[in-house]
Structure formats: C-alpha cells, structure tokens
Design a protein around this ligand. Structure first.
Ligand code: SF4
Length: 434
C-alpha cells in the first residue's frame, strides 16, 4: 500500500526515519488515561507497534513501527475507547498539555484542558493551520512550561471564580522565544472566545510553515494584540457552553500525600509494563493514571492503604526506584532511534549520562533532544542537552555534537554553557555537575 505521508499528518501520522514505518501519535485529554484505554493501547502496541509505547513530554502517546496496512485498524481500536489521533501532528491545534499536578487547582485546569482539546479537535475552522499550534493549561507557574506554548493559560490562585493569566507566542526549536503575557486574570467564560481569536489570527496572517512567534515578530506585540481584540469582539456564530466542569482525578490538596509516580526511563514503556500500570490504576487509583510532562506515570490514591498497595504493585512490576534510570528525572525525545530529524541516539546518550553523573546529578531535572527542534524542552531543564549537528569522524562514521544548557530558577530559558561537545567531552562535563 502506498501512502502520501504528508496528507496523513492531520491524523497524527509521521513517517519514521526508517522508510515504510510510521509513528501514530495519540492525543490523551489532559494526559489522563483510563485503565481501559491503557489496556487497548497496550493491545495495539503488541499487535502493530513492536510491543512498546513512547510517552511524550506533552502527555501524549506515540506508537512506532506501524505499517501502512495497520494504521487504520490501530486508529479504529483507539476510537473504540474514545481516543483520537486527529490533529496530533501537522498544522492543527495539538494535544492540550495540562500540568502542575502538585498544585491545588489541578482539578480545575483538567476540566479546561479537556474542553479546549474537544473544542479544537476535528474543528474544520482550525485545521490546515500554517504549522502546529500548542496550548497548555497550568495550575501554577511551576517549571515555566507556559513560556513555550503558542497559548498558555495559568490559573491564578485565590478564592472565587477561576481566572487565568494568558500567555502567547512562545516556542523552542531553532529560534527559542519565550511567550509574553497577553492578558492577566481572564475570566473562565472568555477563555474559549479568546483562544479562538488567537488561533484565527495565527491562521489568517502567518505564512505556511511558520509558528505564531514568527507572526508576533513581524507585526509586533501591539499589532498582534490589536488583531486578536478585533476578532474577539466580532459576533460569534456559535456560543461556547460551559457544561459540567468535572475532573477525573481528585484535587491534590484533598489527597496529599497519597500519590505515587512511576519513573519511566525516556518515556519508553513495554506493553507488559503498561498493562501492569493499567491494573494498578484499576485496583488502587479509581481507574485513572496521569501521563506527566516528565514522561512518567502518576497515580492519585484515595487513601494511605491504597497508596501502600500501589507502591508494592509498582515494585512487583519493576518500578521500585532501585536503579538510577528509575529515579532520575530525564526527558528524552526519540532521536535517531525513530525520528527522521534525529542526529543522536538519545536514549543511549541519556543512559550514558545517567551512568556518568555525580551523586548530586540525581536531584536535577535533565533533558536531551536529538536535534535543535528541542521537543524534550532542554531549555527548561536544570541541565539540558541539545544535539546540534553530526560530523564525519576519522572512522568514516557520523558522530553527534552537543550543546549543554544550564537553567537556574524558573524564569526564562536555560543558557548554553558549553557548545559543540563530543560525547566523551559531554560525559566528562556532566560528571562534574551537581
Ligand atoms: S528534537 Fe528533533 S530528533 Fe527529537 S523528536 Fe524532536 S524533531 Fe525528532
């Protein structure tokens, strides 16, 4: 079967580095996956995707190694449990990130993240965008991920009606640019109209292949804001009903400290592990698990006994935190292992870095990207590694070179402190960190 890879992107399909093999990206609303959904994903991975899944830094799931004739069946099986891949790649509003599960407002932002995802997914007015459009909803400023979204909504603390700070035009990639504050304290009922206006301004004014940050550079912040206000004030043909703002997991303030996280090295999960996690969710966590921005799996437990049982079950499933790989917070993109853009074997490099780091390194947040696109957000980690190019060595093979970033505090992006490091130099450098 011959497929045109370009035309499939809107349905979440990318051709892999290995021609004829495809990646299917699944949107997981607010990163919250039910036990039944996890079992179905595991079944698909077993049948079609080499027995493993990849958890992304945006709370989505990627299935690799699908063949052209298995894509439709995988897509059907996902639909049977309410999951979609529509708009997970290509020029569309991508999966909506929902983060800061430590914050008290987590249950509130979950509901908004789900509304936004459902509002934009399959909405023909917002498909065929110049490039991807990323939305994130956050319960607090936390690790600064609002800075890298095209549109970020940050819940403001305090009593009364939920209000959000609205940030826009952020992004990493080859030209990192932090988001700027468009408006403070926006009431919940204005969020959908405002989000629509921002996406429509992007759609109507940006050249193909460019992100929103490009448009803002061209027209200036004031010019962009003017365009958004004009559009927001126009009468809307359809209203946005609020509905039941229910959450799938309890608010952390009600359950602390009954939560437990399984650290998944590089976000790579074998189906037997995913099946075990689905069982833990079913038995101890009201049937749900949370896919975090750290590529890990988080469970909220309804009591201390449930938590102890979940910890024992996780240990039995191999997630006992016994090795550094199960302890170190390390975001890793697929890199050369599967991605066409990849310049480095990111998982191998991450494993070597974990091996080399000093004891203090275990307490830092790490990230490696396989190319300057920075999908694993290295500029937001305590220590970020970006593969900048690969060069031909004396052995005739290509070897990657890395830039090393350090970030202190939660404001802005990390800065490059060493550039063009070969692997051995990188490992020597990280040995001295922490
Ligand atoms: S950072 Fe580069 S190599 Fe890694 S997933 Fe993104 S595009 Fe692929």
């Amino acid at each position: 079967m011959t497929l045109d890879p370009q035309s499939l992107r809107i349905d979440g399909v990318y051709e892999q580095r290995q021609p004829g093999n495809f990646m299917l990206r699944v949107k997981v609303p607010a990163g919250i996956l039910s036990s039944e959904q996890a079992l179905k994903v595991a079944e698909i991975a077993d049948r079609f995707a080499g027995g493993a899944v990849h958890l992304t830094t945006r709370g989505s799931i990627e299935l690799h190694w699908l063949q052209p004739d298995t894509l439709a069946e995988a897509w059907r099986m996902l639909a049977a449990v309410g999951l979609t891949t529509r708009g997970a790649c290509g020029g569309a509003v991508r999966g909506v990130v929902c983060a800061a599960p430590d914050e008290a407002g987590y249950a509130i932002v979950q509901a908004l993240a789900q509304r936004l995802l459902h509002h934009f997914t399959r909405n023909p007015r917002f498909e065929g965008l110049p490039k991807k459009f990323k939305i994130g909803v956050f319960a607090g400023y936390g690790d600064g991920r609002h800075l890298i979204q095209d549109l970020a909504l940050v819940l403001r603390g305090g009593e009364g009606e939920a209000r959000y700070d609205v940030w826009t035009a952020g992004g990493l990639g080859r030209e990192p640019s932090p988001a700027f504050l468009l408006e403070e304290g926006v009431a919940a009922e204005r969020i959908i109209p405002l989000a629509e206006a921002v996406v429509a301004v992007y759609r109507d004014n940006t050249p193909k292949g460019k992100r929103l940050k490009h448009l803002v550079r061209e027209v200036g912040r004031d010019g962009f804001e003017r365009l958004v206000r004009e559009l927001e004030e126009q009468p809307r043909s359809l209203g946005a009903a609020i509905g039941l703002a229910a959450a799938l997991t309890p608010a952390p303030s009600n359950v602390a400290p009954e939560r437990v996280e399984a650290v998944i090295f590089a976000g790579e999960l074998k189906t037997v592990e995913l099946t075990a996690l689905a069982d833990i969710a079913r038995r101890y966590a009201d049937g749900f698990m949370v896919l975090t921005g750290g590529q890990n799996v988080l469970f909220f437990l309804s009591g201390r006994r449930q938590r102890d049982n979940a910890v024992s079950a996780l240990a039995a499933a191999g997630f006992d935190g016994g090795s550094r790989m199960q302890r170190v917070n390390f975001r890793v993109c697929p890199g050369i292992h599967e991605c066409r853009m990849g310049l480095a074997p990111t998982r191998d490099v991450a494993a070597a870095v974990i091996d080399s780091m000093g004891a203090g390194g275990e307490h830092l947040a790490w990230s490696i990207s396989g190319c300057p696109n920075s999908c694993s957000q290295p500029q937001l980690a305590d220590v970020g590694i970006v593969t900048v190019k690969s060069v031909k060595g004396d052995d005739g093979e290509r070897h990657p070179l890395f830039d090393l970033y350090r970030r202190s505090g939660n404001d802005g992006f990390g800065a490059a402190v060493s550039q063009g490091l070969a692997l051995e130099e990188l490992l020597r450098t990280v040995q001295a960190l922490g």
